[in-house]
Design a binder for this molecule. Structure first.
Ligand code: GTP
Ligand code: MG
Ligand code: ZN
Length: 353
């Protein structure tokens, strides 16, 4: 396989020089099954294990390879089982906070879960039927702005919703400058618009709730029923995932596409600065606040609160902004301190008032 078609570029080549001297080969992970890593390489597909060194040195989940990662591998004499010796730096990484924090009440460290690495464009797929939620879109966009990939919004199932214009307008009001495509995996409407993102060497990923039609869109683009799709009579929207693995798939007309299981928990990972992209309108209004560090909660001469008063800003969007901001703040704090201490300090502050 030609590495360029796999997404190889000068960034990875520069970072690979040192490994090349050690006779290692470049490879890209397209699937992970437990401890087995499936790779695309110049010589075709290979199976690999992780070198013990990566296990020892990993400080958190985020230090392990993810689907989409470029890695440096050594191949044994029989070259059937390769060993991943190192992960190349990522051009982008789509991450969320690892789920399962609730059990660790005592406050373990927060961990990053890298869902996909080196993705150029992330498509947030929403259904024009039941799965339509602007607040969830804001959450996805915030994660994508943190990832370094470009966001695109795909509104699927256009065949079920003849009045899509109004929904497009609603989406436009929360996603500034983000391309929006109205498609139907069922009729094929709009699928040709994907071609622009899927040129050779480009990797795109589809994310969104279960049942919105991610796998159906991929099948439509491939022209074959490669991905399993939820049977029609199945209870759509009950949170049962049809797709259970993340995988990179070659599109015959060019590019690589990644299918994902539906995401139930979209726990933010990133910093408050990621909100700037998602809430450009609010950030712009905030330039008029009296205080530079205005939190837009109760400060005098707050332009954001004034905008809500004047019906220039939707209170639901404002609340979503505050909620995501608090979440990111809390995440920052937890990266530095255990959860128990943050709670304690919060109460101490409360009683001092
Ligand atoms: N009417 C209509 N139905 C669609 C369309 N796209 C997908 N569906 C149906 O929606 C259901 C869910 O589609 P999937 O492709 O399995 O959804 P998914 O997003 O991959 O779901 P998970 O793999 O669980 O995350 C299936 O019954 C599809 O046939 C569409 O454009 N129009
Ligand atoms: Mg699927
Ligand atoms: Zn303000």
């Amino acid at each position: 396989m030609d590495l360029k078609i796999l997404g190889w570029n000068s960034f990875f080549a520069e970072n690979f020089v040192a490994f090349e001297e050690n006779c290692l080969h470049p490879a890209r992970i397209f699937l992970i099954q437990k401890d087995t890593y499936w790779l695309f390489t110049e010589r075709g597909e290979l199976k690999a294990k992780l070198a013990g060194k990566i296990h020892y040195e990993a400080k958190s989940k985020g230090d392990f390879p993810a689907v989409g990662d470029w890695v440096a591998i050594s191949t044994g004499s029989d070259s059937s089982l390769a060993v991943i010796q190192s992960i190349l730096p990522r051009l982008s990484s789509f991450s969320r906070k690892a789920a399962g924090g609730r059990k660790r009440k005592s406050g373990g460290a927060v961990a990053e879960q890298v869902i996909a690495a080196n993705i150029d464009t992330i498509f947030v797929v929403a259904g024009l039927d039941w799965d339509f939620n602007l607040r969830r879109l804001e959450r996805y966009l915030t994660l994508i702005y943190n990832s370094g990939a470009d966001p695109v919004i795909v509104l699927n199932k256009a065949d079920l919703c003849p009045e899509s214009d109004e929904k497009v307008t609603q989406v436009e009001s929360v996603a500034f400058g983000v391309p929006i495509h109205v498609v139907s995996a069922k009729t094929g409407q709009g699928l040709d618009e994907f071609a622009g993102y899927l040129q050779g060497g480009k990797t795109v990923a589809l994310v969104g709730s279960s049942g919105v039609g991610k796998s159906s869109i991929i099948n439509g683009l491939l022209g074959e029923e490669r991905q399993e799709v939820k049977p029609l009579r199945g209870s759509v929207g009950k949170g049962i995932h049809t797709t259970t693995r993340r995988e990179l798939i070659f599109v015959p007309t060019g590019g690589i596409i990644m299918d994902n299981p539906g995401m139930r928990e979209i726990q933010l990972w990133g910093g408050e600065e990621d909100l700037e992209g998602t809430f450009r309108d609010i950030e712009e209004i905030a330039l008029q606040c009296r205080f530079n560090d205005c939190r837009h909660e109760s400060e005098p001469d707050c332009a954001v609160l004034a905008a809500i008063e004047n019906n220039a800003l939707d209170p639901a969007r404002y609340n979503s902004y505050l909620k995501l901001k608090r979440e990111l703040w809390y995440l920052e704090e937890r990266k530095r301190k255990p959860a128990g201490r943050i709670e304690k300090e919060k109460w101490e502050r409360y009683f001092k008032k």
